[in-house]
Design a protein around this ligand. Structure first.
Ligand SMILES: Nc1nc2c(c(=O)[nH]1)N[C@@H](CN(C=O)c1ccc(C(=O)N[C@@H](CCC(=O)O)C(=O)O)cc1)CN2
Length: 300
């Protein structure tokens, strides 16, 4: 079997287009422009790239983008004061603090200082609780993107056996909640799971979010299953020349694609959906703040 490729890049472009159309309508009918504030602390090169893309795509969708770049030496108090200022700014409907933060800053404290209604990352403890109890919340962007692709590919996910490999607060746990919300039978597998291949081999859907390059190989996959690869790992690529690197996922693409029915590539799969869903969440936050029904299909 050779798997169908789930084109996250193309799907993300469609989602961004839909967000853009709703933003135009918000402006035309209500005179409101959604605004997203992104806070970047330090000089991490990958974070700089992601923040630049977020700003560019926010503007392309017709929304206002506010970038707040701070030195890595910023104190926790100063960062909390910035978050407080953004919480009180009526032009800002979404706030995102790019992760990771420097070691001297308590990430949880900063995330939980964000107004939950503006928490477009969906990481605030209130949003985690709301999602876990099936109530309206802001939904973390990467798992939301995975869910959108799965719904688009399969239609209903009801009754499917899903295994999430990885138990992070940012991806693994919310992904499991979302799949449960769509009536999948859900297992979370992790580094201590016994006979992990036996567990994943029973799954109709495998979501790999472990942060270990190419850990999931074809022999972990049931023939015909759908594989969603959340990993973005940069590894050495001596075949491309000295000092060169390439991106790989948490799945070994070639061996998984031989067995799976469908698979997301890396790059071009889940990654682009993360930013598209950030734009969707900003639109949703803006609609809710103004008592306007948020568009269906752009959230869980
Ligand atoms: N506050 C947050 N911090 C971080 C998040 C997040 O959702 N919120 N996620 C990641 C980084 N991230 C967005 O912030 C992100 C990662 C990757 C991509 C992406 O499109 N990747 C491309 C490849 C890019 C490349 O060539 O390097 C792909 O997979 O095709 C978008 C966003 C950590 N921090």
């Amino acid at each position: 079997m050779t798997a169908s490729i789930i084109d996250g890049k193309g799907f993300a472009a469609k989602v961004r287009g839909e967000v853009g159309r709703h933003v135009k309508r918000l402006k035309d009918e209500h005179g409101i422009t959604p605004g997203l504030a992104v806070v970047l602390v330090g000089e991490d090169p990958a974070s700089q790239v992601y923040v630049r893309s977020k700003g560019k795509q926010t503007v392309e969708a017709g929304m206002n983008s506010y970038e707040h770049k701070r030195d890595a030496s910023i104190s926790q108090e100063e960062l909390l004061a910035l978050v407080e200022q953004l919480n009180g700014d009526p032009a800002v409907h979404g706030i995102l603090v790019q992760l990771p933060l420097p070691d001297h800053i308590d990430e949880d404290l900063v995330i939980n200082a964000i107004d939950p209604a503006k928490d477009v990352d969906g990481f605030h403890i209130s949003n985690v609780g709301l999602l876990g109890t099936g109530q309206e919340s802001m939904v973390p962007c990467t798992p939301l993107g995975c869910l959108m692709m799965l719904r688009d590919f399969h239609g209903s996910l009801s009754g499917m056996n899903a295994v999430v490999v990885g138990r992070s607060n940012i991806v693994g746990k919310p992904m499991a909640q979302l799949l449960l919300g769509d009536s999948c039978t859900v297992t979370i597998a992790h580094s201590r799971t016994k006979d992990i291949k036996e567990v994943t081999r029973r799954a109709d859907i495998v979501v790999a979010a472990v942060g270990r390059p190419e850990m999931v190989t074809g022999d972990w996959i049931k023939p015909g299953a759908t594989v969603i690869d959340v990993g973005i790992n940069r590894i050495d690529a001596p075949e491309k020349g000295e000092g060169k690197t390439r991106l790989v996922g948490d799945c070994h693409f070639d061996s998984c694609a031989e067995v799976a029915g469908a698979i997301t590539p890396v790059p071009g799969g889940v990654g682009p959906m993360t930013i598209a869903c950030l734009l969707a969440n900003t639109l949703t936050a803006c609609c809710r703040a103004n008592g306007i029904a948020a568009p269906e299909g752009l959230t869980a």
